[in-house]
Design a protein around this ligand. Structure first.
Ligand code: COA
Ligand code: MG
Length: 298
């Protein structure tokens, strides 16, 4: 499918929409998410996988002008659904696929090979379809650095803490608690070292908006670039956490102005409000302004 229209440069929110639910699919384009994940995996009952493939394909083909990114989450490589999911997904023309339960670079390379075959069958250039790897097991977390460099199709790593918790034999709780926080740090390191998106896990509690706000703010502070959402009400809260505040933008502008003056005076360091300003500090603030610009806040 051709990609037309303005699209955001930021991927702050990734909203899951079960592929078998027509009512939710119909709402998806207007919910404000930067990216939507059309789900064929755990959000769809086994008996409805085929129907969901058909619905997703028809739905995507009806979208003209892509203001948001459309992703499809297929079932895992080792499931009986994988081949049919892949074939249907390539034909549907999404922007990228989400591969669940990635626990090794070899698994991603196998997926890559199958995808090249499916692209060939659909007369698409090999390697054109991009991937996100959903990492949701202890083995996946330990292998995250190798997974991040397994294929040039990969554009991001996503943390799935619910399956990870099952794998660890613990009750799925909040992302910021216990060993899941450790997994978050490892995933961010691996993704950022490979220069790709790092996407934080879901917040299971749909009613606790303040809890989600705290979790998303913490994710942004850890270096995540975006976060998964499961309900429309979560999207704007996530966007706020991943968009520089007006206060932060003002501070960044003051830092840059102070730096310009220091440079004009031939100095390589200076201070602002009692804090040291040096080159990496200035670079961090430039990135804040760039994110604000991409979010339409400048
Ligand atoms: N995508 C699109 N629309 C959604 C939505 C979603 N993920 N979640 C809810 N909506 C819609 C509902 O259809 C409803 O609209 P309607 O009243 O016109 O039908 C509206 O938003 C409000 O929904 P609400 O009543 O608060 O929630 P619900 O009880 O209908 O659904 C969930 C709750 C959790 C089942 C639903 O949010 C959902 O399906 N989320 C995705 C879950 C998923 O994909 N999980 C797998 C990955 S972890
Ligand atoms: Mg999962």
């Amino acid at each position: 499918m051709t990609q037309t229209g303005a699209r955001p440069n930021l991927r702050r929110s990734f909203l899951f929409v079960p592929g078998s639910e027509e009512r939710k699919l119909a709402k998806a384009p207007a919910l404000g998410a930067d990216a939507v994940i059309l789900d064929l995996e755990d959000g769809v009952a086994p008996a409805r996988k085929g129907e969901a493939r058909t619905l997703i394909r028809a739905f995507l083909q009806a979208q003209n002008g892509r203001a948001i990114e459309w992703l499809i989450r297929v079932n895992g490589f080792h499931t009986p659904y994988f081949e049919a999911d892949l074939e249907a997904s390539v034909r549907a023309g999404p922007d990228a696929l989400v591969i669940p339960k990635v626990d090794s670079p070899e698994l991603l390379q196998l997926v890559d090979g199958h995808l090249t075959g499916a692209e060939h069958a659909s007369a698409l250039p090999p390697g054109s379809l991009k991937l996100f790897a959903l990492i949701e097991s202890a083995r996946g977390i330990l292998n995250a650095p190798a997974i991040a460099t397994a294929t040039s199709r990969l554009v991001g790593l996503i943390l799935g803490h619910v399956d990870l918790s099952v794998d660890l034999g613990i009750r799925p709780g909040r992302a910021g608690e216990g060993i899941v926080q450790h997994a978050r740090c490892q995933l961010v390191m691996a993704a950022r070292a490979a220069g790709m998106d790092a996407v934080d896990t879901i917040c299971l509690n749909l009613q606790d908006h303040e809890g989600l706000r705290a979790e998303a703010t913490q994710a942004a502070a850890l270096g995540f670039t975006g976060k998964l959402a499961i309900h429309p009400a979560q999207v704007s809260i996530i966007h706020e956490a991943f968009t520089p505040s007006a206060e932060h933008v003002m501070r960044a502008e003051r830092v840059l102005e102070t730096w310009r003056q220091a440079e004009a005076e031939g100095r390589g360091v200076c201070t602002l409000d009692g804090e040291l300003i040096e080159r990496p500090v200035v670079e961090a603030e430039r990135r804040v302004l760039e994110r604000a610009r991409q979010a339409g806040k400048l």
